[in-house]
Design a protein around this ligand. Structure first.
Ligand code: PHB
Length: 379
């Protein structure tokens, strides 16, 4: 008997969970958290509208006051943040959804004006990101971060472990480590940002050590089957580069095998990659990604469930799953603009147009007011 060819709408067993489909909502920073990085009722509404996803991965949530890089991002290091997230997870669960929290430390992608005591942001090496960032007091050039001392790194790992414990209290179904897009874990992984000469720098084994230590600490809290890791091997945002991405990320995928993780999530932007500016405009950084994608190499190395992300639509998403290039497919911007994305993909229905001016910050406009299928076009 041959098994039915799977597609985006085939249920999937992810660790202890039976996901209703393979359409994952990708983590997306929306910068609408309240005072003190506390998730709001509006955020609960936003996620609940999207609970039809097989799995939601929350926007990145800083694991400590030091881990913050933008105004308006939620955290997972205070009791008030935990209580705010609890509203989100309860509401998503009431709709039968599943939601993982993304654990985030930005490393060098920050500024003294965002840091406790006006301190320098920390990073593997004292190498500043190029360009400017939005601080809430206008645009500021990135500063040169402070390189972490070897004996400080265990404390940073502990910040992730504490975030993982708080995510448990907040009612999440699991956690995803943000190892992508030029933030702290990615800064350790890639040789453009990691010039260390201790056991955390140099060889790919050494550059992957921080990722492995954080993964081990978080797996200690949750068990491997409820922990995912997200990477972006070819991504350019935040001034990232590596001399041999296939070797670097191939090794990382291999090293993660021993944790029996819930999944590896590979974000591959194919084509132009942009970063946002303060005024809501976007600056093109260059052409990211490789064609063909590098994810097949990583999929072949990694022995657990594989989430592909970046530029997929219903047709290419179904094909990726049918061809076993991915087990699940994560959608970012299409999910932002279409709360009922799985239903629309299944019906091959037209999609709402995303409004980039309202991606980051602001109120319910461009956040919870995208219409679902029945009402689309009815206004
Ligand atoms: C952003 O806020 O611009 C941002 C945040 C997290 C990412 C990528 C971009 O992973």
């Amino acid at each position: 008997m041959s098994e039915r060819t799977p597609n985006l709408f085939t249920p999937f067993r992810l660790g202890p969970y039976e996901l209703r489909n393979r359409v994952v909502m990708a983590p997306m920073t929306r910068s609408r958290a309240g005072e003190g990085g506390v998730p709001t009722p509006l955020m609960a509404e936003y996620y609940t509208q999207r609970a039809g996803a097989g799995l939601i991965v929350s926007e990145g949530s800083q694991v400590s006051p030091q881990g913050v890089g933008y105004p308006g991002t939620p955290g997972i290091h205070t009791d008030a943040q935990v209580a705010g997230w609890r509203r989100v997870t309860d509401a998503v669960h009431a709709k039968g959804g599943r939601i993982f929290l993304q654990l985030w430390h930005v490393g060098r992608v920050s500024h003294p004006s965002l840091q406790p005591g006006g301190a320098l942001p920390v990073a593997p090496s004292a190498i500043g990101a190029p360009g400017e960032l939005y601080t809430g007091q206008g645009m500021k050039p990135f500063v040169t971060p402070r390189a972490l001392e070897t004996d400080e790194i265990a404390g940073i790992v502990e910040q992730y472990a504490e975030g993982a414990r708080r995510a448990y209290v907040a009612g999440f179904d699991g956690v995803e480590l943000h190892g992508a897009n030029g933030y702290l874990i990615d800064q350790f992984l890639r040789d453009g940002t990691n010039h260390r000469t201790d056991r955390y720098g140099g060889s790919v084994e050494n550059r992957a050590r921080f990722l492995e230590e954080v993964t081990a600490a978080v797996v200690d809290v949750w068990g491997g089957e409820r922990v995912g890791v997200r990477i972006s091997p070819m991504g350019l945002v935040n001034g990232m580069s590596d001399t041999d991405p296939v070797a670097t990320f191939g090794y990382a995928a291999y090293a993660l095998n021993r944790f029996n993780l819930a999944y590896l999530h590979v974000s591959e932007t194919i084509g132009e990659q942009e970063r946002r500016s303060a005024d809501g405009s976007f600056v093109v950084l260059g052409r990211a990604g490789a064609e063909p994608r590098v994810s097949p190499v990583l999929k072949a190395i990694f022995r657990g469930p594989f989430i592909a992300n970046g530029g997929y639509d219903g047709q290419t998403g179904n094909a990726a799953i049918a061809d076993r290039q991915a087990d699940l497919v994560a959608f970012g911007v299409p999910f932002l603009a279409n709360p009922d994305l799985p239903e629309r993909l299944r019906a091959d229905a037209p999609l709402n147009t995303p409004d980039r001016a309202t991606f980051y910050g602001g109120d319910e406009h461009g956040y919870t007011d995208y219409p679902v299928l029945q009402t689309a076009g009815a206004a």
